[in-house]
Design a protein around this ligand. Structure first.
Ligand SMILES: Cc1cc2nc3c(=O)[nH]c(=O)nc-3n(C[C@H](O)[C@H](O)[C@H](O)COP(=O)(O)OP(=O)(O)OC[C@H]3O[C@@H](n4cnc5c(N)ncnc54)[C@H](O)[C@@H]3O)c2cc1C
Length: 368
């Protein structure tokens, strides 16, 4: 095999852009494929937990991100019915840069630019449309749907960082499941002139779902939530002329005094976004020369607001192992045993770091 790249990374969310940056920094020839043009907004609460900032600093992007990020979150709260309560975060959670929110249109764009700056070959907006194992590597086909162009590329490894929502060519993208009443759909909107205290991130609990609010960049507040399919249908019946986002907001604000007070004089900025259904839990860590990271590997209920952190950390856990175990073999073939043993090490590290978070999130009363 004569590969064009050492690895092709599919998806340039926080997981994929981090992996591309780390491997390019280690001297690997990397292609990063992203189907959507950036900057783009995304269904996400945008909170970046305190534990993520040291990694962003190591990647060389923390200062640029902190310049535009929202204020430090010092208190968490609960808005449910008439209850509006809050508690100070422990000093640990406020160490160094603290936790802050930042629009995905900024975070993802800056991470992608960092990967490009470190030498990754960015293919955007290109979609991975086919992948086939061939002579110890992978033949990949990518398409630019807008310009009806197709390209072929070969790589020794493929890193699946395609997130949760898209079905596609990779084995980790076969997502079709029968609809269930308790499927959760994600919604998100930005607001300006919001009366939410700047240091507070309340959890919102409402019939059939949960969500959160937080001050993000540019004086905006992001409101994101997950709602069950059956409650979404009821909310839409109640406001048949409204589109889904405003119908969900009316449902949430009706039952949640904290939300209606915070948004009393607020104005929406930009479109409502939606995605789903969520498929939480552990999916797979890949097979042969394909490795999965971020949401492609596993997804926690967003109630813990840790998905970005897990995406970035999982890229670190995998790439550190790929570099240390494969660098010596970079010009020869990778045996299946070697790849399987790296995957086993990566999976064990992943479980040590994240399993507990996934289980705790799934047990929370608003998620089960
Ligand atoms: C309602 C809600 C609120 C949330 N709030 C928070 C929060 O406040 N804090 C937090 O940390 N996490 C939050 N999350 C979770 C967080 O958004 C995700 O965990 C995170 O985006 C996962 O990152 P990723 O890089 O794995 O995938 P993604 O960010 O989904 O990136 C995947 C990328 O792959 C691209 N792609 C897919 N298929 C292909 C293909 N075939 N070819 C090329 N490109 C492809 C997509 O276009 C996308 O850009 C929330 C999630 C939801 C649903």
């Amino acid at each position: 095999m004569n590969p064009d790249y050492d690895a092709i990374v599919v998806g340039a969310g926080p997981a994929g852009a981090t992996a591309a940056a780390l491997l390019a920094q280690a001297g690997w020839r990397i292609a990063l494929i992203e189907k959507t043009p950036f900057p783009r907004r995304k269904v996400c609460g945008e909170f970046i937990s305190a534990t993520t900032w040291p990694l962003l600093r190591q990647l060389g992007v923390a200062d640029s991100l902190l310049e535009i990020a929202g204020p430090v979150v010092r208190r968490v709260g609960l808005y449910s019915g008439d209850v509006m309560t809050s508690a100070a975060l422990s000093p640990n959670a406020l160490e160094q840069d603290g936790g802050r929110a930042l629009g995905r249109e900024h975070l993802d764009t800056l991470l992608l630019q960092r990967a490009a700056g470190l030498g990754a070959d960015i293919r955007q907006p290109w979609t991975l449309s086919e992948i086939a194992a061939n002579c110890g590597g992978y033949d990949c086909t990518i398409v630019d749907k807008g310009r009806a162009q197709t390209r072929h590329m070969r790589a020794r490894l493929v890193i699946a960082a395609h997130g949760s929502w898209e079905s596609g060519a990779m084995p980790s993208q076969s997502l079709r499941c029968a609809p269930r009443r308790d499927d959760l759909f994600g919604f998100k909107a930005h607001f300006v002139h919001c009366a939410l205290p700047t240091d507070l991130m309340p959890l919102i609990a409402f019939p059939g779902g949960y969500g959160g609010m937080v001050h993000t960049d540019g004086g905006r507040v992001s409101l994101s939530c997950c709602i069950r399919r059956d409650q979404l249908a009821l909310a839409r019946q109640r406001l048949p002329r409204a589109s889904a986002g405003p119908a969900v907001l009316a449902h949430v604000a009706d039952s949640c005094k904290g939300v209606s007070s915070a948004l009393h004089a607020a104005t929406p900025q930009g479109e409502w976004l939606s995605a789903g259904p969520l498929r939480t839990g552990i999916r797979s860590f890949g097979n042969d020369g394909i490795f999965t990271i971020g949401n492609a590997a596993a997804e926690a209920h967003p109630i813990v607001a840790e998905g970005i952190s897990m995406a970035i950390q999982s890229a670190y856990l995998l790439c550190e192992r790929l570099v240390s175990r494969l660098d010596a073999h970079r010009h020869g073939a990778f045996s299946r045993d070697l790849l399987d043993s790296i995957r086993a090490e990566y999976a064990a590290a992943w479980h040590r770091n994240f399993s507990r978070r996934l289980h705790v999130a799934a047990r929370s009363p608003t998620c089960s």
